[in-house]
Design a protein. Structure first.
Length: 317
């Protein structure tokens, strides 16, 4: 799959304490995307849980019940498509519109849709792996991992808990993805190690770019840990940190306080949208200097992955 030379990408952080109604969500979305569009962003990622936020159910008392109610509404996806498709078209960008929940047959799926600059749906990705709590809530697994070839490069979505299952990013990379988009929801308190063990690590292991976005604050009876970041292979990033944005502390320590260029604390969504330039020419140079793909054990993957996932699908019924 071909990639462009450079593309501006951005994350729109969400402070859930500011969202009381559906109108609040629409204002946050439009104003934030306007900032990103002014910076030349052509690919934007929203955080996980946007389906609940856009419906104005942030103040619900119980998360699982709120998800069930959202998924049981037959108009959930139509509303999501209408609003986010309009915004993608208005600002002329690819918009990975966070996540929502839908019921298809008897299956409750956690879905991440992505929209094209003309406002149409490019596709959607269902979460394929779950935590114990998510299984107890009755969430069903998605069965496919999709890569979309676009004018700005091949894109893949890593949804929710999939971020901490390395098979997901590896499979998407083997299918040609060069930018991974990871919307998730992470309960607070959470340590910075979760970010390093998630997409930061996957970026280094697969030589891809990635955007990661978690909402912060209270929603549906849970306090969520906020975080937004744009990653690249260490060799392609300033100071070889693996971060394009935010900028880590000079001493490489935990990001309790960021620099003046990125003034927010770990566990809080950024007060301003993040944006960074992804340079695929530099990416190719990194890959040429250390061709990590040659070290992937693809015969092992072909031998074991299909059996493992077929067995899991059978266990789920």
């Amino acid at each position: 799959m071909d990639t462009v030379g450079k593309v501006m990408a951005g994350c729109l952080g969400l402070d859930l304490s500011t969202i009381k109604t559906a109108d609040d969500y629409r204002f946050w979305l439009a104003s934030g995307l306007a900032v990103l569009a002014d910076r030349g962003v052509r690919l934007a990622l929203l955080p996980g849980g946007t389906g609940l936020a856009m419906k104005g159910t942030v103040g619900a008392a119980d998360f699982s019940s709120a998800v069930q109610a959202l998924a049981g509404d037959p108009d959930t996806m139509n509303r999501h498509h209408d609003l986010h498709g309009q915004m993608a078209k208005r600002f002329k960008l690819f918009l990975a519109a966070g996540t929502t929940w839908v019921r298809r047959g008897d299956r409750l799926l956690h879905i991440a849709p992505i929209y094209q600059p003309d406002g149409t749906l490019l596709g959607e990705q269902a979460q394929t792996h779950h935590s114990r709590m998510e299984r107890e809530w009755g969430w069903a697994r998605g069965s496919d991992l999709v890569v979309w070839s676009t004018e700005i490069g091949p894109l893949g979505l890593v949804v929710g808990t999939d971020e901490w299952y390395p098979e997901v990013s590896r499979i998407l990379t083997l299918q040609g993805a060069r930018v991974l988009l990871a919307p998730a929801l992470v309960p607070a308190p959470a340590g910075f190690h979760l970010a390093l063990a998630g997409m930061w690590q996957e970026v280094q292991q697969n030589q891809v770019f990635a955007l990661e976005n978690w909402p912060g604050g209270p929603m549906a009876g849970v306090d969520w840990c906020g975080w937004s970041a744009i990653y690249g292979p260490c060799e392609a990033t300033p100071g070889e940190t693996g971060f394009f944005a935010p900028i880590p502390p000079a001493d490489g320590g935990p990001p309790l306080e960021w620099t003046a260029a990125s003034p927010f604390r770990w566990g809080e969504p950024p007060p301003q949208p993040l944006a960074a330039e992804l340079d695929f020419t530099v990416h190719r140079q990194v890959a040429d200097n250390y061709p990590i793909f040659r070290h992937f054990n693809q015969p092992l993957y072909r031998r074991h992955f299909p059996h493992i996932y077929q067995q899991k699908a059978g266990d789920q019924g």
